[in-house]
Design a protein around this ligand. Sequence first.
Ligand SMILES: [Zn+2]
Length: 156
Amino acid sequence: MNPDGTLCLESPINLLGKLSAKPDLLQFAESCLIPYLYCVSHKLKNGGKFLFGELAHGPKGILDDYKQLWGLQSPEQVWMVLNAMKSHKREANKMLCPCGCGKRLGVCSYNRYLARLRKIAPRNYYKKQLDQVTPYFPQSTLKKLKKYSKRVQVIE
Ligand SMILES: [Zn+2]
């Protein structure tokens, strides 16, 4: 439950991912709405904690959610994925890969996962998400992260 009394259903990208797999209303009801209503009614009946992890609001909540969704270890990696996703593919391929392999994105198989994300939402969407999470990071971290997004020299 958020401070203003509203509920976080699920982050938009989770919903978009589920909907893009089979974009009809039945699918939406099955994968999103029913679990949501179930979890609300359970809370009303039994009180206590929500069955499903509630999303913390704000940048931290978004970062936590993506971290889990994309199988990453740190919020910095999430930033790197969002930064790659808001960029053109050619540009993103030159960036340091967010998976931690130390190579540039274009030569890592993690690239294939990002190609799927590109189909789920437009670059503009990821740009907005990036803008939302950026205030979470201290300036020194952002400086480092921005350096990673410059062309990476790799010995291939
Ligand atoms: Zn990689």
